[in-house]
Design a protein around this ligand. Sequence first.
Ligand SMILES: [Zn+2]
Length: 238
Amino acid sequence: MQLADCTWTDVEGAETSLAVLPVGSTEQHGPHAPLGTDTLAAEAVAEAGADAVDRDVVVAPSISIGVSEEHRAFAGSLWVSEDTFRASVRETIESLAHHGFDRVVVVNGHGGNVPALREVCARISRDGDAYAVPFTWFDAVDPDDVEMGHAGPLETALLEHVAPELIDAEAKETAGEDAADRWGEWDGSVNLAYDTNEFSDNGVVGDPADGDAALGEQLLDTAADALAALLERVAERD
Ligand SMILES: [Zn+2]
């Protein structure tokens, strides 16, 4: 059940403790993919995972501004500090738990959110307010020969499947030319760069032309199955 589409009287009758909270970002995804890519991906995976499990799952509205300051050189990218982000996730989960939805999987679409999510979910769980665990969709998929990158083949393919009208097909074909091969600027094990524009001219890492909608469909199915299995486990866990 999509919380935002329900009336309070619908929610009052809900007999489940399970919820998913999609978390993304509003940040550049190259010249071909929308700023909302990470949020749209998190929402698509959260909905598909909730549908695939044989239990009622509350789908919370997404948190769409994340830890993305590394993209500040590119127009339209928004960010909050890790403190603000953690507080927002924490208080949203606490309010879900107030209504009895106290087993929460945070479905994440942005790499920069990962350390803060792990920390805040541990804090909430240790404090006993709810049990919360983060699930980052692209960690659950591992297609052969395709690197994650940023706005690269995987994310672009997923978006081409769930929101094809938001992908600029022409820009996608050439985006790889100004892209970086890998994330960061490395000296041995040290990443010298803090911001994306230090190593990528157009904000892209990898070649988005290596993915398509068919790959996106596969990725969504794989991520949704992994999320459904996780939800089952979280529902049963003591
Ligand atoms: Zn992304």
